[in-house]
Write a protein that binds this ligand. Structure first.
Ligand SMILES: *[C@@H]1O[C@H](CO)[C@@H](O)[C@H](O)[C@H]1NC(C)=O
Ligand SMILES: *[C@@H]1O[C@H](CO)[C@@H](O)[C@H](O)[C@H]1NC(C)=O
Ligand SMILES: *[C@@H]1O[C@H](CO)[C@@H](O)[C@H](O)[C@H]1NC(C)=O
Ligand SMILES: *[C@@H]1O[C@H](CO)[C@@H](O)[C@H](O)[C@H]1NC(C)=O
Ligand SMILES: *[C@@H]1O[C@H](CO)[C@@H](O)[C@H](O)[C@H]1NC(C)=O
Ligand SMILES: *[C@@H]1O[C@H](CO)[C@@H](O)[C@H](O)[C@H]1NC(C)=O
Ligand SMILES: *[C@@H]1O[C@H](CO)[C@@H](O)[C@H](O)[C@H]1NC(C)=O
Length: 434
């Protein structure tokens, strides 16, 4: 076993449920030993308050992001020529936009050029030979999203620690960020230390670190370091975050996520108080209920510990899973397998993004003292059925065999994303907010 690899397991295995016919659920539960199928309820459309104000950009607004306005003499941001307004994080909605195909804009790295990518997400190396998915760009309706510029990103991080905290999707975002910047740093000026829980990439000349901390539920559980495959055996200590959180102190920019691990489709064994009562002491709660208490625990830690003048707190919203091709009208499809184009249907929202869970996040954050900036990736990623690692991945450290590849129902990973790919856009959004 590769110690670094909670890997495919890390997104969560197990669990059907929701509103699927029982027979299908049974098949899923029986056959899906490895990949998690995360069928969630179809939820009615709910509006919710968000931290971002969804106003169009005001017409007369042309200012550079505050932190950089002085340093940009020789390297202006690439806003292109367009009648949309310059990106202002206060004013622009990052969820309203469309994917635009442009083959002449190349990704900043490949899975061969960047030495820090896990095999799990290195789709091209793993045999993916259709390449269109690499050339879609997220274009906002009202504003120009600046392109990711590695030098500017590093300057913004100068003397700072940036830490991604969360699950394997967050690990993907972290690796994407590292790969986006690493090519402009000479070999002697960078280092990478991978750990089972905590990994650190250092950019020495900038005295900056880009770190990842593994905490798939943010709060503590019995399945953090030694992952328990069967969701029925997992117990979450929903009032307890200190053990992980002590490692987040002193970081300048924290980027959190947690979602998919809560979505096993089962009730969540939730424990609070003195854990010595162990197995017997838990309560089985519906996911949104348990999620709310867990996030509240995290929020209380942030509010009592973080100095908002020193530390910025981001939260990446849920990364959609694409397990049901019926969601996008492909009746004969097998999950996201063989999809090569994004969904172009505006406002598409599938069953893999649970609005109840989203509302829990909004509601908890709205009552925090510390300002939380959402990187709201859910809508834009919902369209990208073409960009998951699918069968171009590995399982427990082994590349999928030919046989497994021909069995996408069981082996296609429609949770994680190829890199380069969609998480680069998440980081483009983060970059625009730094
Ligand atoms: C993220 O965007 C969606 C719309 O795409 C919205 O429904 C949701 O409330 C937003 N979430 C947060 C936490 O702001
Ligand atoms: C594609 O991107 C290039 C480089 O930014 C730009 O010059 C070109 O106009 C774009 N093409 C389209 C069709 O948008
Ligand atoms: C891509 O790979 C598939 C099998 O994985 C193969 O059938 C196809 O010919 C390949 N296409 C190209 C352009 O190499
Ligand atoms: C490097 O950054 C750390 C914070 O990440 C800071 O404590 C330290 O003083 C910095 N060192 C230099 C030489 O700037
Ligand atoms: C939890 O209970 C055990 C056994 O009753 C006791 O020894 C321990 O001190 C308690 N821990 C806390 C934090 O209360
Ligand atoms: C943050 O800075 C502002 C203005 O300098 C100050 O009024 C406020 O008390 C500071 N907050 C904390 C938590 O230190
Ligand atoms: C995948 O798509 C290609 C072309 O769209 C098609 O020829 C092939 O039969 C599909 N493979 C499967 C297993 O559905």
């Amino acid at each position: 076993m590769n110690p670094m690899n909670p890997k495919s397991l890390s997104a969560s295995r197990g669990g059907g449920g929701g509103k699927m016919p029982l027979s299908i659920v049974a098949i899923i539960l029986c056959t899906l030993a490895f990949m998690g199928l995360l069928y969630t309820e179809r939820l009615s459309f709910l509006s919710s308050n968000t931290i971002f104000r969804f106003k169009p950009c005001p017409a007369a607004r042309y200012k550079l992001p505050k932190s950089d306005s002085k340093k940009l003499k020789e390297k202006p941001l690439d806003y292109g020529a367009d009648d949309r307004f310059e990106f202002d994080p206060e004013e622009c909605s990052i969820t309203n936009g469309k994917w635009v195909f442009n083959r002449s804009i190349k990704p900043l790295y490949t899975d061969s050029s960047c030495p820090y990518l896990d095999r799990q997400v290195s789709c091209v190396k793993n045999g993916r030979n259709d390449s269109d998915y690499l050339y879609w760009h997220w274009q906002l309706d009202d504003c120009m999203l600046p392109r990711f510029n590695p030098e500017i990103a590093l300057r913004k991080l100068q003397g700072k620690r940036l830490m991604f905290v969360g699950d394997s999707l967050q690990r993907g975002q972290w690796q994407s960020f590292v790969c986006l910047v690493e090519s402009v740093i000479p070999k002697s000026q960078k280092s990478m230390k991978r750990g089972r829980v905590h990994s650190v990439f250092k950019a020495k000349e900038y005295n900056a670190t880009i770190e990842f901390y593994w905490a798939p539920f943010l709060i503590e559980s019995n399945s953090d370091v030694h992952i328990i495959g069967d969701p029925k055996q997992r117990i979450l200590k929903i009032d307890s975050v200190a053990k992980h959180a002590q490692n987040w102190i002193g970081v300048d920019t924290l980027v959190f996520n947690t979602y998919v691990w809560w979505m096993s489709g089962l009730k969540i064994k939730s424990l609070w108080g003195n854990f010595s009562n162990g197995e017997e002491g838990y309560e089985e709660l519906e996911a949104p209920v348990s999620y709310r208490i867990g996030l509240k625990t995290w929020a209380n830690w942030v509010d009592t510990t973080i100095d908002p003048n020193k530390t910025r707190v981001f939260f990446t919203t849920m990364s959609p899973t694409h397990q049901r091709s019926e969601d996008w009208g492909n009746k004969d499809g097998i999950k996201c397998f063989n999809e090569t184009k994004p969904i172009l249907n505006r406002w598409h929202w599938g069953s893999g993004s649970d609005r109840k869970m989203m509302n829990v996040v909004s509601s908890v954050a709205s009552r925090m003292k510390t300002p939380i900036t959402f990187i709201n990736i859910t809508q834009l990623s919902e369209y990208r059925i073409d960009a998951h690692s699918s069968v171009y991945t590995e399982l427990q450290g082994q590349l999928l065999t030919e046989e497994q590849r021909n069995d996408p129902l069981h082996f296609a990973d429609c949770i994680h994303w190829c890199l380069p790919g969609v998480p680069d856009t998440w980081n483009q959004l983060l970059f625009a907010h730094l």
